[in-house]
Design a protein around this ligand. Sequence first.
Ligand code: ZN
Length: 170
Amino acid sequence: MKTAKFLFLFVFSAITFGCGEKKENNEKEGFQVKRTKESVKEEVDENVIALSSNDLMQYDKNELRVKAGKKVTLTLRHTGKLEKLVMGHNFVLLKTGTDIGGFATDAAASRENDYIPEGTESVIVHTKMLGGGESTTITFDAPAVGTYDFICSFPGHYSVMQGKFIVEGS
Ligand code: ZN
């Protein structure tokens, strides 16, 4: 669908390109502005995020951006080989104002609950803990416009495995 639209836009541009008459130029510009807006709208209908993690205790991104008012579909992959018990990774999105160090300390003591403190009110959403070769996908509503922290709550990982989750207005 998108390809078809872009192809159409390309062909249309090619046909009208080089036309010197003012009236037709205006029409062309008006058309292009309209198409561009529609394309952008289509792209933000859903926020699709892919985040990867590995045996070196790293995420592949330290900044994720989504649009407010839309669903977020986030897939976390663990591309390593190590077991969950020694190199587990998850994605934990924290509420604004959460003390990351304090939360991580509580999380580290919550092994029986997949390293999420039971009854915590600091978590917006989180994935399950993954071992090497595993992946998981979660879907949630984008939180309000703002900047949030995300971490891996496996003991000792948050200091390296953390980043900003930025929700932008549409
Ligand atoms: Zn981890």
